[in-house]
Design a protein around this ligand. Structure first.
Ligand code: ZN
Length: 467
């Protein structure tokens, strides 16, 4: 049977096999960056081809920055061969394959049944056609990738796809807006080299998909030292240790990152970090801006410094929370009228956005306007000084409870500080870190808002590997 022609009763829509960019009988005419074998829904090929200038060249880092080599224990990994800055492109490649990351809704729900076996066989047939269309070297490269799905009914080519694929659905949805929603429509891409990048729950890099060049791109999230291993996240790194461990099990390894090495401490830190996020929210910041709050310039920088320490202690650079922290830093420097620091902070927001193609665009645009334009493009520019000279009336949009809470916590702190010895102050700080009852209810509301924001960010930027 030819799966390309075979209409399937189990698949609601027919898939199409194609090469992008197109290939020719005369190999000299083929795209110098190679091509991707694709298993696509109807309309997707046309939408990708309709992008202006498609395909543009696959970008290169400013100078070679990586090598693939053995890691301690077993297997291969990617290492930096020079110092890399946050936001830098480390490596890019045209994927070997782009296709569905799941075959039907029943895949995860009906294991070990005849129907499941049949679906796996059908999926494998499509994969076989796609892999056979690759040139011999790429076929060998595909077949040499690791397969962690040896005992769950997946046949070999599907097993490799499920082990190594990066989910690229969110980005493709921008090109193909009418792509149906749901897990069955998830799309995954496999990179020959990028499949060798290992997981860490504290990843220093992120893989994004660029549809104009049809390439997977590895971008640094923080400065990476020469010789350091480059890592990405295979699972939700904000989940607690036991959940991460369970989600990573199908990949066939146990994570030995610093957070997994000390899970009790790590989970506690992550919980307190969730509580610290309230600092990043608009209400707290707006209250600080207003002279009526009586809060010092250092108040906000102190709060943000605590958040930064926690994020770095857990290595959570690949989370929307880190982006929120960077944006709040930017807004704080703007409010303080510190131009140089503001521009640096705005640049860091752009670096994060560069690694996460499509990260909430309006929030990023402001940073670009500051870096490439004028600090006054930030609405908070110098408002602390302006407000001190000419205090605005209390903004009615500020809730009275918020103002009261801020006054109260400031007064309480001043009163108790007067009574305490320095050692006791220190202890008090630790308790607050561990999340006392104050503000829990507010935190729940914040969490709901945060989840919306996160969901938006997640949908826009997801390029995490799929199992
Ligand atoms: Zn880990």
């Amino acid at each position: 049977m030819d799966p390309v022609q075979q209409s399937s009763s189990t698949n609601p829509e027919q898939y199409r096999l194609t090469s992008l960019p197109a290939t020719y009988f005369d190999p000299a005419k083929n795209d110098p960056d190679g091509w991707t074998e694709c298993i696509l829904r109807p309309g997707m090929k046309e939408a990708l081809l309709a992008q202006p200038g498609f395909p543009i060249r696959v970008p290169r880092p400013s100078s070679p920055a990586h090598r693939i080599g053995p890691i301690d224990g077993a297997g291969l990994g990617m290492f930096a061969t020079r110092a890399i800055e946050a936001g830098d492109l480390i490596f890019a490649e045209r994927p070997l394959l782009l296709g569905p990351g799941a075959w039907t809704y029943v895949l995860e729900r009906d294991p070990g049944t005849d129907r499941m076996d049949m679906l796996f066989r059908e999926w494998e047939e499509y994969m076989k056609v796609a892999v056979d269309r690759m040139d011999p070297a790429k076929q060998a490269a595909y077949r040499a990738l690791s397969n962690a799905h040896l005992d769950d009914g997946s046949l070999p080519l599907v097993g490799i796809l499920r082990t190594n694929g990066f989910s690229v659905t969110g980005v493709l949805r921008k090109v193909v807006p009418d792509l149906p929603k749901g897990e069955i429509h998830e799309l995954t891409a496999i990179g020959e080299v990028l499949s060798r990048v290992n997981h860490s729950c504290r990843p220093n890099a992120h893989v994004r998909m660029d549809t104009h060049s049809l390439s997977l791109q590895l971008v640094a999230l923080r400065p990476i030292a020469s010789g350091e291993q480059v890592t990405v996240a295979y699972t939700d790194i904000l989940a607690p240790y036991t959940t991460r461990k369970r989600k990573l099990a199908p990949y066939g390894f146990t994570c030995s990152c610093l957070s997994c090495a000390d899970p009790v401490r790590s989970d506690r830190r992550r919980r307190t970090l969730a509580l610290a996020r309230r600092v990043l929210h608009r209400e707290d910041f707006t209250v600080w801006l207003h002279p009526a709050s009586g809060l010092s310039d250092e108040h906000m920088s102190g709060l943000l410094e605590e958040v930064r320490e926690k994020i770095e202690a857990e290595g959570l650079w690949d989370t929307p929370m880190y982006a929120e922290y960077l944006m709040r830093m930017r807004d704080m420097y703007a409010a303080l009228g510190k131009r140089e620091e503001l521009e640096k902070a705005a640049l860091r927001v752009l670096e994060y956005a560069s690694a996460h193609e499509g990260y909430i665009e309006p929030l990023v645009r402001k940073s670009a306007a500051i870096v490439h334009g004028h600090p006054g493009n930030c609405e908070f520019w110098d408002v602390r000084a302006k407000f001190r000279e000419n205090p605005p009336p209390v903004d009615e949009s500020l809730s009275e409870e918020e103002l009261e809470r801020m006054y109260k916590s400031k007064q309480d702190k001043e009163e108790s500080d007067e009574k305490k010895e320095p050692d006791e102050k220190q202890q008090d700080q630790v308790k607050t870190d561990e999340g006392q009852e104050e503000g829990i209810q507010k935190q729940e509301q914040d969490n709901a808002q945060q989840q919306n924001l996160e969901q938006e960010a997640k949908t826009a930027m997801e390029t995490t590997p799929t199992v």
